[in-house]
Design a protein around this ligand. Sequence first.
Ligand code: E4P
Length: 216
Amino acid sequence: MKFFIDTADTTEIRNAAEIGILDGVTTNPSLIAKSGRAFKDVILEICELVDGPVSAEVTATDYEGMVREGREFAGWAENIVVKIPLTREGLKACKTLTDEGIGVNVTLCFSTNQALLAARAGATYISPFIGRLDDLGQSGMDLIEEIVAAYANYPEIHTQVLVASIRHPRHVSEAALLGAHVATVPFGVIDKMFNHPLTDIGLEKFLKDWEKVPQG
Ligand code: E4P
């Protein structure tokens, strides 16, 4: 499974990229607003930091506007993927942009049927938001299971399942067990994934025992 980071904070992106585990970046209008920076500036800086796909989200809601923004973003850098909401107009724009060879990440997916429609529209990625479903008392991971299983029935579907709205490390391992292609993970969750108390205890003991080894 590939790891994307879900942030527009370039310090977090730099830190994750330096470790060498980063395959791409997803942003959204809320994350851009949180960065406090201009949209194009931050996206261009992210594209310099990361070779993999960088999702930049349109804010137009009509077909023409989404296609116009998508074409513009795709011209900014080779690794831009245009992020488009899962609406009727959005899927129509997805089809137009993918036919032009532009990568599209269809976002705000909350059902298997929506994911099937996105695949028919040629989406490069489908982003089901699991944390937001969990927040409503539904199981976000059940949705991942259904989409992965449904897509697997059709070899002609090349849309990758990009698990979004991840809240904790267990979400990541469960997504991998279900065969999702990508998880987009907030920096705080990536950080937690490294930790295990037995690793710390084990390392401490190894280093203590090493002190007893005669130095030659
Ligand atoms: C995905 O691309 C979205 O940016 C993101 O995962 C949304 O997550 P949230 O529910 O934590 O806002």
